[in-house]
Design a protein around this ligand. Structure first.
Ligand code: AMP
Length: 573
């Protein structure tokens, strides 16, 4: 076991014992005049109006490596201007504002400005193709979309007519409006005042919408409330262990939940400097950013770590990484070798932690002050009760014995728990058994209370850390004129965790040729985007089905991997 230095959560056991949400809540401000609690007041205004006014809140590193700083004061002014833009465009409390952007300043300004307005912010993964973008904009009843001209022309122009709720598309990189619908964001921003008083906001007012995939059906919109900011504060303090002069770098894509909770909110709520790199993974660039920006706290993913592990680079010999004191990882299993590699390469273990879109913040973590058991996700955050249980359609039985695999469940009621799946209350209710939220993951807990990831209880795929719902991919494949049926699985991959593999049944008379395979693949890439489309396609004569007609993806996966086929009593012969 490896022990790290002692930090904010000095003694995990004591903290767990003495912790209370009410006490931690006292570290937040609340809106002046008892007007409630708003995320952007906690993340920006209270610092902008205080000692951190000129402190760098966001350091944006452009593709060409030029850096642009935004102080807490700058973020207050810019997000106020954006909130005024929303008012001018007739946006009200609770309306949804989407981004389809990479890591550019406009994304951060939109997110903060939307929260300031008390509208609901929803980011979209910028690598999605037109189909997933349409599904989410439509389901989320997007009123405003902020994007670039290129994205607009490629993915939005063709679907605006099918989005009756969409009032405007705001383009970040044009100076003149295209027409009455498609407006120039810089032009609008320039006209607006930098003063906008946050309206009264209750803890339960909707703030964030994050789409996530289910095994069946189309993506679900997990809705989070302003009160979730307490979780961002607490996890920033105890897991990311923020200290006043920290320089934090979260490499997550801003289109997914980590990009919002930890790529925007947690560092700002804790008043530290948040580094944002416009570019995607590049080992040499990343090591230089760690050095040049004097990053203290680095939050990344197992896929990125595996990429770094493959290269024979000894970063501490080539780069000055003296200030780097914490490396954390989330999104997929972080194997013991990666934790040890961190120890050998950086002199500190990589701290794995676990959470998901629905939980809104970190739930289980390796705390800097706790013994690290390489390969384990760590222990529950103080204030969070996690357990292993056997779950049936209408019941739950807690498993007390250690080292028994079961469903990972969480006791309801933490501040950032999702409040519903947008317009799908029934789907939401199905996630709970009494007081317990069923996460969809399988795990075990050891004698010392450490949790170990076992797998997913469903068919969800995690590829390069991105969650992919098989149904959405299958639907796209079946929209190809030669495809009769399709089923999709996650096939283990040493680099990206899992790759999307499809099994396709062709329509009668179609020739299972290499050209057709490429054509189907190209169709999927075009509609879904390259990060989601299958990397492998196998033609099969039929798909294994249950007697009620459901495709048995788990059987396809077992056969693909040469694993035992399990209980086949429901298989249609
Ligand atoms: P998302 O909702 O996209 O953030 O994905 C959440 C899912 O990613 C979880 O339910 C897990 O299946 C997986 N996941 C997240 N963190 C970890 C981790 N530390 N170890 C293993 N799986 C993880």
């Amino acid at each position: 076991m490896i022990k790290t230095a002692i930090h904010n959560a000095e003694n995990y056991a004591d903290l767990r014992f003495s912790f209370s949400w009410e006490d931690e809540r006292k570290n937040l401000d609340g809106l002046p005049g008892r007007a409630g609690l708003n995320m952007v007041h906690e993340a920006v205004d209270r610092h902008a109006d205080g000692a951190l006014c000129d402190h760098v809140a966001l350091r944006w590193i452009r593709g060409d490596r030029a850096a642009r700083d935004f102080t807490y004061h700058d973020l207050k002014v810019l997000s106020s201007q954006f909130a005024n833009v929303l008012t001018a465009l007739g946006i009200s409390k609770g309306d949804t504002v989407f981004t389809l952007l990479g890591r550019v300043p406009e994304l951060y300004i939109t997110a903060l400005g939307t929260l300031r307005k008390t509208a609901v912010y929803c980011p979209l993964f910028s690598v999605f193709g037109p189909e997933p973008v349409f599904q989410r904009l439509s389901k989320g009843k997007a009123k405003i979309l902020v994007t670039t001209l290129e994205q607009y022309e490629k993915k939005i122009k063709g679907i605006v007519g099918m989005l009756p709720d969409l009032k405007h598309v705001l383009i970040t990189d044009i100076n003149l409006d295209l027409d009455d619908l498609v407006l120039s964001l810089p032009f609008l921003m320039n006209k607006m005042s930098g003063v906008f008083q946050i309206p009264p906001t209750s803890l339960e007012d909707p703030a964030l919408l994050h789409f996530t995939s289910g095994t069946t059906g189309m993506p679900k919109g997990a809705l989070h409330v302003h009160g979730a900011v307490l979780m961002h504060y607490v996890t920033g303090k105890y897991v990311l262990d923020f200290q006043p002069d920290d320089i934090f770098w979260c490499t997550a894509d801003p289109g997914w939940v980590t990009g919002t909770s930890y790529g925007i909110l947690a560092p700002l709520v804790n008043g530290v400097t948040n580094v944002v790199d416009e570019e995607e993974f590049d080992a040499a660039r990343w090591y230089s950013i760690l050095e040049e920006q004097k990053v203290t706290t680095w939050y990344t993913s197992p896929t990125a770590i595996r990429r770094l592990m493959r290269l024979n680079v000894k970063p501490r010999e080539q780069y000055n990484l003296e200030r780097l004191r914490l490396i954390l990882s989330v999104g997929e299993p972080l194997h013991a070798e990666a934790v040890r590699w961190g120890e050998q390469t950086f002199g500190i273990p990589i701290l794995d932690n676990w959470w998901q879109t629905e939980t809104g913040g970190i739930m289980i973590a390796n705390f800097p002050s706790l013994e690290v058991k390489p390969g384990s996700m760590g222990k529950p955050l103080p204030g969070i009760e996690a357990a292993i249980a056997e779950v049936t359609p209408d019941g739950i039985r807690m498993i007390a014995e250690p080292n028994v695999s079961g469903n990972l469940v969480l006791k309801k009621g933490w501040p950032s728990m999702f409040r519903t799946y947008l317009n799908e209350e029934e789907r939401y209710q199905k996630c709970f058994r009494g007081e317990w939220y069923v996460t969809g993951d399988l795990a075990r807990r050891d004698e010392e209370g450490y949790f170990w990831f076992v797998g997913r209880a469903d068919d969800i795929i995690k590829t390069s850390g991105h969650m992919v719902g098989p149904f959405e991919v299958e639907k796209s494949l079946m929209s190809h004129h030669s495809v009769a049926e399709a089923a999709v699985i996650g096939k283990p991959d040493p680099l990206i965790g899992e790759m999307v593999k499809a099994f396709v049944v062709l329509k009668p008379g179609e020739d299972a040729s290499a050209e057709l395979r490429l054509d189907i693949m190209a169709h999927a890439r075009k509609t879904l985007g390259p990060a989601v489309a299958p990397k492998e396609i196998a033609f099969v004569d039929s798909l294994p089905k249950t007697k009620s007609g459901k495709t048995l993806r788990r059987l396809l996966k077992a056969r693909e991997l040469g694993l035992p086929e399990g209980d086949l009593s429901t298989l249609e012969k």
